[in-house]
Design a binder for this molecule. Sequence first.
Ligand SMILES: [Zn+2]
Ligand SMILES: [Zn+2]
Length: 704
Amino acid sequence: MVGEVELPKPKMKVKQKLHQAIDLLYCHGPASFDDYTRLVLHCARANDFIQAKRLQSHMELYLFQPKDSFIHNQLLHLYAKFGKLSDAQNLFDNMTKRDVYSWNALLSAYAKMGMVENLHVVFDQMPYRDSVSYNTLIASFTSNGHSGKALKVLVRMQEDGFQPTQYSYVNALQACSQLLDLRHGKQIHGRIVVADLRENTFVSNAVTDMYAKCGYMDRARWLFDGMINKNVVSWNLMISGYVKMGNPDECIHLFNEMQLSGLKPDLVTISNVLNAYFQCGKLDDARKIFCELPKKDEVCWTIMIVGYGQNGREEDALMLFGDMLRRNVKPDSYTISSVVSSCAKLASLHHGQVVHGKVIVMGVDSNMLVSSALVDMYCKCGVTLDAWVIFETMPIQNVITWNAMIMGYAQNGQVLEALTLYENMQQQKIKPDKITFMGVLSACINAGMVKEAQKYFYSISEQGMTPTLDHYACMVTLLGWSGSIDKAVDLIQGMPLEPNSHIWSTLLSVCSKSDLKSAELAASHLFELDPHNAGPYIMLSNLYAACGRWKDVAVVRSLMKENNAKKFAAYSWVEVENEVHRFVSNDHSHPEVGKIYGELNKLILILQQIGYNPDTNIVLHNVGEEEKVRSISYHSEKLALAFVLVRKPNGVAPIRIIKNIRVCDDCHVFMKFASITIARPIIMRDSNRFHHFFGGKCSCKDNW
Ligand SMILES: [Zn+2]
Ligand SMILES: [Zn+2]
């Protein structure tokens, strides 16, 4: 409630008139007390600092000594309002007559500049004070985060014999909210009741807000329901309280009630309600309110863009961002970083680069939030070089930036770079966190470095942290791949944490047909923890199939049916001509379906001539060989590749394919061969990591 005082924009005409009047003054020489009084009041009303300064100079020029402090006090208050501390101090020092108004003006000049340390000095020098002096101090301490001091001033105010006013109480209550100090808050509430200020809406709002911010929503609601004169602020603080508590339904309920009560919601209400809709995933409702807004501010735009990004609607977020720019609404660094993250999630290099351009034009490229997001975006698009340039040129980096770069290198298979960067980070005395170690361990996974990984894994505890389930999952992967499934099982069974489905599915995924026992152990846990996920059933029956144990395959498949387990929809997407195209396996929904299948069949024939042999081992069913080949030929990533070749047959730029689950063995081999014949790099991001295919090889060295 105590914020920047918005200075009203003076009307041009008034300003011009004032300017002319003071010009006239300079033509005429000395003026009377009445003239000066009239002019100083005009300056105050027009909020015109420059003319006020000219007026002061005129008085000094003609050695005018006012008979009281009125004129100088007016100037002082104006200087304080503009934060012109040295002008205020100079004038104050040269005043022959000072009263409590002069002192209060000086005090508010210091308060305006946030010079909290000097406030007490001025305050203690004051020969006389009134309640305004105390209130200035309380408000200034509160708004500068010295809440404890603010509360002490309230106590002193009463000890010095002054009755606190509504402003004293409201600011002191804010101080209590900042400190989450319910005890003092309740005491102040008690005094307000005694002072009979309960029907004062301004004060009641502050009391309610204090309870809400201290987490006592029920108490706040009780007070709110009992309020006689609710205004928009009253509704807003309850609505935002519910959003912060993560109770979007109550927030929306109140919003509807507010409209029924006939009060018009303002932009604060709307932004809270939009947040509530995003919290509970009601994206269309949010969109509806947003579209109906006659005036949208940058806060609403940002909430929509961030909300879409967080709810998996990155394309909508980007579209909305474009609209925002077209309407000349200026995004802030928070909006930008959210948009960059959406580009990263889509791995849309084109959009990412466009936004990067905007970032440079807007001059927010040195903002840490934005730079970290850009580093992450370039890494997720597989362009670590561009990420590195941003990382290197950042004036300061924090752990988030380092993590983005280390993780980026790790996921792109640049193991050495990732580990070197981690060593640099240590040398620069930047404390790694849990995410740093995820990056380091992922790098080790990419290079199959078991021993090094173990060293890093132990150093998590050495640095005073507890390894998370994700860290354990990395170790399980590494041990599994290096053929030490038994050690992986031992690690899981000796974990201080309860293994979750992620740990067991990691174990299952590293089991080969010779590790059936461990695979069965993992699967049995998964069937219990996550019975409706088809993944584990398919993985286990694949292993049985690989051993030719068709009876067991049938048992697992019937169990899967019994538990009504569903396959997680797998899809791949590519960006062509700034548009994102999504494919599922055996997809026939694309308008260019004929051309795509034609291109893919042609490519398969060419690849078979240079040694590609469809790997049908991964096919679950006990079906004929021809049928097996057909079922793997049209996986979504192959369709996506064919589509790019249809649209851009002679391109040279890398082809970027994103897949939402792990790439299968056959598609991995297929992409390696394809990178030879089409002579273009293929960069594929699956749910685990990046694969840079070029010249028949993959950067993951077939570990993924
Ligand atoms: Zn595949
Ligand atoms: Zn690979």
